[in-house]
Design a protein. Structure first.
Lengths: 87, 266
């Protein structure tokens, strides 16, 4: 297993780039016109999870973007998936 | 390195991809029946598809020294129409005895509907009737957690089901423990966007261990990479995992699970 320093040496630039890309995505959304969207709300609500002191942030983010209802649907409202529970 | 690609949809890939897989060390690959990117209009379309999986693809793979195996079913996305689904399922007995057929899959849920679940359970019963392994697809993105829980609840009602012969695929950080703790095998799919990245898959191995788990590319017509498994193996090497550990999750584990079908021979 790698040490913290070895992990940072290998992956810090990649993680930095992904974080800046996300920041730029949020800037881009603000610059463009249009109605707010529930997907953006989910994204904003997930961001504080990254700062929590816990060992399972990835799991918590995935749970944030999950449908937590339990009942079966009678029919599929649409066939794809949008990444956040929008219906 | 030698490895097994346990989940690839080669009907959607080019012959060049077979060459790349062979060059990377792929000895065998398994192709579950799936949604081809558009809904087929009749059961005849599936008849042709099952012939493609059992007659044509094994020959295409063999040209590159790769053994080709497949799984049969109607995929969950096209299973929301039970009448249509049952027409397709009626074709399975004609193909189930063919040399490269391992079991029933990839069955499961797509949008977690009542009809999808009914057809899923009828597929599980076919697997039990023929004493075959089962490969299960879990839903995409926001539907995955709910669908995984529904699938696990449903499987628990099959008292004669041998859980060691069932693999539940496309697990991520929020579903892997549910699957492994219940005694099933787990599959991690390496997708650039919508499932596990190589580093996340390695994290899962580090946290949850390397027993009863495999990784696959599930390469198809969408955003996917047939080279995902060897790329993940390289990432494991960069992260100082041992050659034995890399071999275990990319070769030994898939071979162990798949060998539960007598037709799987390397």
């Amino acid at each position: 297993m790698l040490s913290k320093k070895e992990l940072l040496d290998m992956y810090f630039i990649d993680a930095r780039a992904r974080l800046i890309d996300l920041a730029a995505f949020l800037d881009r959304l603000e610059r463009h016109e249009g109605a707010d969207d529930i997907r953006l709300r989910y994204l904003r609500e997930a961001l504080p999870i990254l700062l929590e002191e816990r060992p399972d942030r990835a799991k918590a983010v995935l749970e944030k973007f999950s449908d937590h209802t339990t009942e079966l649907s009678e029919t599929a409202p649409f066939q794809g998936a949008s990444g956040a529970p929008v219906s | 390195m030698s490895y097994i690609e346990p989940h690839a949809h080669m009907v959607s890939r080019t012959t060049d991809d077979y060459e790349r897989l062979a060059l990377a060390g792929c000895e065998a690959l398994c192709e579950p029946a799936f949604w081809a990117g558009f809904d087929r209009s009749s059961a005849d379309g599936f008849y042709d598809y099952f012939r493609q999986l059992t007659e044509y693809e094994p020959k295409r793979a063999a040209r590159y020294g790769i053994k080709h195996f497949c799984w049969l079913c109607i995929n969950p996305k096209e299973a929301d129409d039970p009448g249509f689904a049952r027409e397709v399922m009626a074709l399975i007995p004609e193909f189930i005895g063919r040399d490269n057929v391992l079991g029933i899959g990839e069955i499961g849920l797509n949008k977690n509907t009542r009809s999808e679940l009914k057809i899923f359970e009828e597929h599980v019963q076919i697997a039990l009737d023929y004493d075959l392994p089962v490969l299960i697809h879990t839903p995409h993105l926001e539907d995955k957690l709910k669908g995984t829980k529904i699938i696990l609840d449903s499987l628990a009602s099959f008292s004669k089901l041998d859980r060691s012969k069932v693999i539940i695929d496309h697990v991520e950080e929020h579903t892997v423990a549910h699957v492994l703790d219940a005694g099933y095998w787990a599959g991690m799919t390496l997708y650039p966007e919508s499932k596990c990245t190589p580093n996340r898959a390695i994290d899962i191995l580090e946290v949850y261990g390397s027993e009863n788990i495999w990784m696959n590319s599930a390469c198809d017509w969408g955003v996917s990479d047939p080279m995902a498994v060897p790329k993940c193996a390289l990432e494991m090497k960069r992260r100082k995992h041992t050659p034995e550990m890399i071999r275990k999750v990319t070769y030994d584990n898939p071979a162990k699970f798949l060998s539960q079908s007598p037709r799987f021979k390397l």
